[in-house]
Write a protein that binds this ligand. Structure first.
Ligand SMILES: Nc1nc2c(c(=O)[nH]1)N[C@H]1C(S)=C(S)[C@@H](COP(=O)(O)O)O[C@H]1N2
Ligand SMILES: [Mo]
Length: 424
């Protein structure tokens, strides 16, 4: 019977039995063309959670989803986000330049403090490890362009799904302790950070060195650390071995990997990676329209001027298997904010019409992932749309409002997951 139905459908599509016999493969093509393709990476009702690249395995890494290979950009698959701490081997990777270090001679390596310091100096790794008091902080490293593929209209740049983020326990030396030792000179307006990677960068932009700067007056400098451990282990090479800058609450673009140069600047940094790259409209929420942007009158500021907005994610269920009516299902995932700890996570099982408070997991500090769980027993069969929204300490709550800016930054709309419930 089933075979007959299929055959009849194919015959209808092809118009005649003779054509079917002659070219059987056409039937498959035609049937697929009948149903519109799901949008893989947004926008759309239920885009893939991750990007769509193939799984690739780099040294010290589990199979991750490749966005580009030069520069190396790898996304963390969804299943790793059920836990508060992202395993080092699963942590996403983002570079801008094609030449990245494969090995580092630790005996020769120095952290160089240059420019307007009263005592410019070079610190060896043993000095960093022994001369300063180590501190630890759990903090989320999230790419400014995380979830960029959701933007509508689409914007240029890596079409990340949601996996350009990760939380780790970072251990290292307070940046402030290092700066004090070198003595930040009078008239220093910014501190610039640079690693060991290089390359040509975007053609003709003078951008072959990835340099990022923070204002000398930015309070975040007091929270930043020069980290040599990630979840208690040396950093994977691709995540910045031997040391990287950790800037709690700020987007990852300031979290310089392979940190080797710290420069005290007496003039604001205007290199390509500060301007025009990584800038947001100086508007509420960094939001703007393509039309307004096209006027050329919108003022922009470095994305470092803002902290990461509150976000939350549904990790399970992921829609890959049906739920069963009257059987309890665990809805779980993570939430975080760069602006203050997550105070509330709410889950909806009716597409955002009503909300229930989820149970929060262990508090690992204001800058970490906070896990949540919510037990749901579907009472009927059918298709349901789950949604999740988080609130942070500042009272900021996720909304249905989709942000738009030309860089594809700051996405934090309420996330959804469609699930099917069967009647057992
Ligand atoms: N040296 C160096 N540091 C860097 C970058 C880079 O290209 N080079 N990219 C930044 C950006 S934009 C991101 S998203 C994070 C990614 O960190 P990860 O690769 O450890 O996940 O590194 C930041 N630090
Ligand atoms: Mo990034």
């Amino acid at each position: 019977m089933a075979e007959f139905m299929t055959r009849r459908k194919m015959l209808a599509l092809l118009g005649s039995g003779a054509a079917l016999a002659a070219r059987p493969s056409l039937a498959v093509v035609s049937t697929q063309a009948e149903a519109p393709l799901q949008p893989f990476t947004g926008p759309g009702p239920n885009p893939y959670w991750n990007s769509v690249g193939p799984y690739v395995t780099y040294p010290q890494k589990l199979p991750l989803q490749r966005l580009t290979d030069r520069p190396i950009q790898l996304e963390t698959p969804r299943q790793y986000f059920t836990e508060a701490f992202t395993p080092n081997a699963a942590f996403f990777v983002r570079y801008h330049l094609s030449v990245t270090p494969n090995e580092i001679d630790l005996a020769a390596w120095r952290l160089k403090l240059e420019g307007n310091f009263t005592k410019p100096m070079e610190l060896s790794l043993p000095q960093l490890l022994h001369d300063f008091k180590p501190v630890s902080i759990a903090a989320v490293n999230q790419c400014s362009g995380n979830s960029r593929s959701r933007f509508q209209p689409r914007v240029a740049g890596g079409q990340w799904g949601n996996g350009a983020m990760g939380n780790a326990m970072w251990t290292g030396v307070r940046l402030q302790d290092i700066l004090e030792r070198a003595g930040v000179g009078r008239g220093t307006v910014q501190l610039q950070f640079e690693g060991l990677d290089h390359g040509v960068g975007p053609v003709d932009k003078g951008s072959g060195r990835f340099m990022k700067s923070l204002d000398a007056t930015d309070a975040v400098l007091g929270k930043a650390i020069v980290a040599f451990l990630m979840n208690g282990e040396p950093l994977p090479m691709l995540n910045g071995f031997p040391v990287r800058l950790v800037v709690p609450g700020k987007f990852a673009t300031y979290w310089t990997k392979h940190l080797t140069f710290i420069r005290a600047l007496t003039q604001a940094d205007n290199n390509f990676w500060m301007n025009p790259a990584y800038r947001i409209p100086d508007t509420p929420g960094g939001n703007v329209t393509p039309e307004a942007m096209a006027t050329g009158k919108i003022k922009t500021v470095p994305i470092g001027m803002v902290d990461m907005p509150v976000r939350s994610f549904i990790i399970e269920p992921d829609g890959s298997a049906p739920l069963i009516r009257n059987m309890p299902a665990q809805i779980r995932g993570i939430a975080f904010s760069g602006r203050g700890r997550v105070t509330k996570v709410e889950v909806s099982t009716d597409d955002g019409k009503t909300w229930q408070r989820a149970t929060l997991g262990q508090d690992h500090g204001a800058y970490a992932f906070r896990t949540y769980t919510h037990l749901w027993t579907p009472k009927s069969a059918g298709t349901f749309t789950l949604a999740v929204r988080a609130t942070d300490q500042t009272g900021s709550v996720q909304t249905e409002q989709a942000v738009w800016n030309p860089g594809g930054y700051l996405w934090n709309r309420i996330e959804r997951q469609e699930v099917t419930v069967l009647s057992a």
